[in-house]
Design a protein around this ligand. Sequence first.
Ligand code: A3P
Length: 284
Amino acid sequence: ELIRLEGFGKELLKHKNKIFPYFANHLLKIKSLKVKNDDVFVVAYPKSGTTWTEEIVWLVENNLDFEKASTVSHTDRVLFLDEKPLDQSEQALSPRVFKTHLTFEYLPDQVETNAKVIYVMRNPKDMLVSFFHFAKWIKGFSFSGKFDAILDLFLQDKIIYGNWCEHVNQFFANSNVLFITFEDLIEEPFETTEKIASYLGKKLSNEQIQSLVEFTSFKQMRKNSSFCFQETDKNSEHNQLDLFFRKGEIGDWVNYFDEQMSSKLENKLKNELNPNILIKYFSS
Ligand code: A3P
């Protein structure tokens, strides 16, 4: 049973202990969606590089059709599973690229056996800074607090889509899932893009990969008007693309976290994150 929340998250939904955005009305019906063998699901916790990865995946799946990627709205090209009415997803033409922030228990049952899944993780400190700005900007969140409030929500597993560690652990543990990071995409864009293409069974030339990397760079995506965020606009004086494509960097968290805040977050990771993820990505 989905419950509507009052108060700070007045437009949020709750299921069991997890909070979801107001638009996930059909959340409990998603499991029944029929999945095809050539479907691809891009999964991430919000603000972790979902859109970036989606765009790379869409282009790989659509023979690097840069023209279409510049002219057809991104929300028509990539299906946002959590929000899109199921009949629209059902009727969409193959190859279908889905984006979602949901964990396996909410995903279509057939995803595990039929589809390819790419998971993107981002350093949670940078994710939270990005989320903080997003929450201030986007309609549907009545948030005007300070960054501390966002960190507190994270520590209490009250950010939409639930506990971050559980989210990441689940997809990391599934060997059919291609697990990449926002940091990989920034630091090794060529190798990471190549990895995505080869997971999708596509062999691209070096030139093709290079053109894909350029087209999906922060600078280029920020100029691509197929990303139109008009509907989520709270403050129409700002250029919406600049608000969504905010900084696109690693390490902005240093401007928001003091030592105490850092150690609170790190303690949570030590207790809840799969030690292999901790060692591989967060031991420095
Ligand atoms: P910042 O707010 O830190 O800039 P999501 O798509 O999961 O909502 O993630 C949004 C974040 O990814 C934003 O982070 C956004 O700027 C960043 N992003 C999107 N496209 C990017 C790109 N091509 N290169 C670098 N960062 C990108």
